[in-house]
Ligand binder design. Structure first.
Ligand code: ATP
Length: 514
């Protein structure tokens, strides 16, 4: 199965099993907007809980916030979003398709890297044991020529992005002979800037309506509340404020399912530090966030850091954590050192002091900020891509199983009476009623037990608990484990402890306390 086919199957699976539906589907959907179904909302809530607790519960010096989506319009002048939150877009005249110029070039660069890796792999096979990889990379003309070309384009690209040189971006696209994937031609328009913020009106027109914006990031709600939280919470620097909430971006090219949406959710934490200590904290948060991802057990080799080519208008250091999606390594989270850009500008635009008095040094200053910013939906897609598995079984059958970490699974256990008689449904129902206060459990009596197992595998349920003819007399049930498919007899009064042990977040948290 190719990665493309795998991705298509994943999207179909998300719909078939109630994880993700296209928005307003009966009207043929709305581009890049999606709804979460009965299982999707549970998984999403668990991802949010994993993040929230790892920030707010595990760190004494991080507290939460829930700011409004609408903010005073001056916020977006101060933050720089009105002037600079743009993407460079380019159209292909033949296909009439629109692309982000920077993404076209980044994809071209990634292709050159792939070419080099393919050459190295081919050589490794050819030379066998005697292969000296470092020497080959240095001396093979095919590798060195591709690498030199790649590096030259990379340097031009970084310079053009930093200088906002749109003509140069177009020239790079022409020079690299990048074609439109739809029409296959190089008939490109000029590159134009496009602001990503959605706007609407507040108040009636007669009253003199004002344009306001749907927030493109949640961070500004944290900055404008910095002093409220610091003072009322008596917070001492360094400290952090965490928030989960909706953000909106009028993305030019919305592709790859919930990877790039127009309405999405962010989990952001702004960490306020003494100026001069920001690089140390930035490195610390990079490591902590990577550990948070790796703790899920999807394989450390599937994650990597990617430093930014162009630092955003507010940042002095920035890296992304990327995951190997079926469509390549892509950003899941950004860790940015934002300096005092935001607080400093809010101070300027609002006329209010945004300073912190440091009792240890006796000075007042505008704190520096290190932010960690991750999209809930992108994390959801990452988890689904990693967990989705088609597993061949003895006898030629294939089962589809979501190997979700138990703490994230939408349903923790399904309770199944073997048959719909002889008191089995009643016992199964009693077990559900007992477990439901602690876990999300379901009761299922329809179809054969084998079919019921498959349904639960497909949504990632870690345990299936079967009540059979002996249960009434011996007080035992058969527990079937999702990944190993092993079965064991377990006493009913041990079920809670067993599920708790496997599904609690404790196991994950222990791995990330660096
Ligand atoms: P990209 O380069 O992919 O456009 P970005 O660098 O603009 O992303 P940030 O502004 O750093 O993204 O946003 C932080 C996080 O929010 C991203 O790592 C991603 O997980 C998420 N995110 C950003 N834009 C979207 C979107 N349109 N849909 C879903 N998630 C998003």
């Amino acid at each position: 199965m190719t990665q493309e086919e795998l991705f298509k199957k994943l999207v179909a699976h998300c719909k078939e099993y109630g994880f993700v539906f296209p928005s307003s589907e009966i009207y043929d959907g709305l581009a890049a907007v999606y709804d979460y179904g009965q299982n999707g909302v549970e998984l999403k809530n668990n991802i949010k809980r994993y993040w929230w607790d790892s920030m707010v519960k595990l760190h004494e010096n991080i507290v939460g916030l829930d700011a409004a989506i609408f903010m005073h319009p001056r916020t977006w002048e101060a933050s720089g979003h009105l002037g600079a939150f743009n993407d460079p877009l380019i159209d292909n005249r033949d296909s009439k398709k629109r692309y982000r110029a920077d993404v076209l070039i980044e994809e071209w660069l990634a292709k050159q890297d792939e070419k080099i890796e393919k050459e190295v792999e081919k050589a490794r096979k050819r030379f066998g044991e005697a292969f000296d990889e470092a020497k080959y990379r240095e001396t093979s003309p095919r590798v060195t020529e591709t690498a030199a070309r790649r590096d030259a384009v990379h340097a031009r690209f970084a310079e053009a992005m930093n200088a906002n040189d749109l003509a140069e971006l177009r020239q790079i696209i022409l020079d690299c002979e990048i074609v439109c994937p739809v029409s296959g031609t190089r008939n490109w328009t000029e590159v134009r800037q496009f602001n990503l913020m959605f706007s609407t009106q507040i108040g009636s027109v007669a009253d003199g309506a004002n344009t306001i914006y749907l927030r493109p990031e949640t961070a500004q709600g944290i900055f404008v509340n910095f002093l409220n939280v610091q003072k009322t919470g008596r917070m001492k620097i360094p400290f952090g404020i965490a928030q989960i909430g909706k953000a909106f971006r009028n993305e030019i090219v919305a592709r790859q399912f919930i990877f790039r949406m127009r309405e999405f959710e962010q989990m952001e934490m702004q960490f306020f530090v003494r100026p001069g200590t920001e690089m140390e904290w930035w490195r610390r948060w990079r490591d902590l966030r990577m550990a948070w991802h790796c703790a899920l057990g999807f394989g450390d080799a599937n994650y990597r850091f990617h430093d930014h080519e162009k630092l955003a208008h507010y940042a002095n250091a920035a890296t992304d954590i990327e995951y190997a999606f079926p469509f390549g390594f892509k950003e899941v989270e950004g860790i940015h050192s934002r300096t005092d850009f935001d607080l400093g500008n809010h101070q300027k635009f609002s006329g209010r002091k945004m300073q912190y008095f440091d009792p240890e040094t006796g000075e007042s200053y505008v704190p520096y900020v290190v932010e960690t910013s991750i999209g809930v939906d992108r994390m959801f897609l990452q988890v689904m891509s990693a967990a989705y598995c088609e597993e061949p079984l003895d006898g030629g059958d294939v089962r589809t199983v979501l190997r979700l970490p138990a703490a994230l699974a939408p349903v923790k256990a399904a309770v199944l009476p073997l048959v719909k008689k002889d008191g089995m449904p009643e016992i199964a129902q009693r077990i559900v009623n007992d477990l439901k206060y602690d876990f999300n459990v379901v009761y299922d009596e329809k179809d054969s037990v084998g079919k019921r197992y498959r349904r639960q595998d497909a949504i990632g349920t870690p345990f299936c608990i079967t009540v059979d003819g002996d249960t009434a007399s011996d007080g035992m049930v058969t527990v079937r484990h999702r990944d190993s498919m092993q079965q064991e007899r377990v006493a009913i009064d041990r079920l809670r402890a067993m599920i708790e042990e496997e599904c609690s977040f404790r196991k994950l948290f222990r791995k990330i306390e660096l």
